[in-house]
Design a protein around this ligand. Structure first.
Ligand SMILES: [Cu+2]
Length: 182
């Protein structure tokens, strides 16, 4: 073998070895990065899900604590006959600014029914005057896309109240939510 051929062969081997080393190192790095990314994603996802729950609790807690302060609430009605959220809280007698938004296309209303009333009784009541006595608060039916904001004092009696849409058939179909006063 001629000296220059040996040199090229050695060089070739060295380059090949270097390439193998480089690719090994590259693979390891990629693996570590992928593992780190995975663990980061998991911890981020974990912290997200743990922070989102306390956030919701915090809102409820802070509003429940601020019994002397006013509270702003927003409730949305949808055409699948649901209120979102389907459970709200108020402190007894607290000033509440309630924004009711109809995100659907048909009419929806929002009524808060007294704790000592049966929902079925209120819905079956044909005498409007008598029925109004059962209602603690009502935002009359809004057209689809409409929004109304009203301020009122929360019930002074702690307990569970029913929020219902009084558009015919809606509450019966499940368009109810819960108001907890405590
Ligand atoms: Cu409705």
């Amino acid at each position: 073998m001629r000296p220059w051929l040996i040199a090229i062969t050695l060089l070739g081997t060295a380059v090949a070895a270097a390439l193998v080393l480089a690719s090994c190192a590259g693979t390891e790095e990629t693996t570590i990065t992928a593992a780190e990314t995975t663990s980061l994603t998991q911890s981020e996802a974990g912290s997200d899900s743990t922070t989102s729950t306390p956030t919701a609790v915090d809102e409820t807690t802070s509003t429940a604590d601020g019994s002397t302060e006013g509270q702003s609430l927003s409730v949305t009605a949808t055409d699948d006959l649901r209120f979102k959220p389907d459970a709200i809280e108020m402190s007894p007698g607290q000033q509440v600014e309630l924004t009711f938004r109809n995100a659907g296309s048909v009419q929806h209303s929002l009524a808060i029914i007294k704790a000592d009333s049966e929902l079925e009784h209120v819905l079956a009541e044909t005498d409007e005057v008598h029925r109004d006595e059962e209602l603690f608060f009502e935002i009359h039916p809004l057209d689809g896309g409409a929004e109304a904001t009203e301020t009122f004092a929360a019930p002074s009696e702690p307990g569970t109240y029913v929020i219902a849409c009084l558009v015919t058939g809606h509450a019966d179909a499940g368009m109810v939510a819960t108001l907890t006063v405590r």
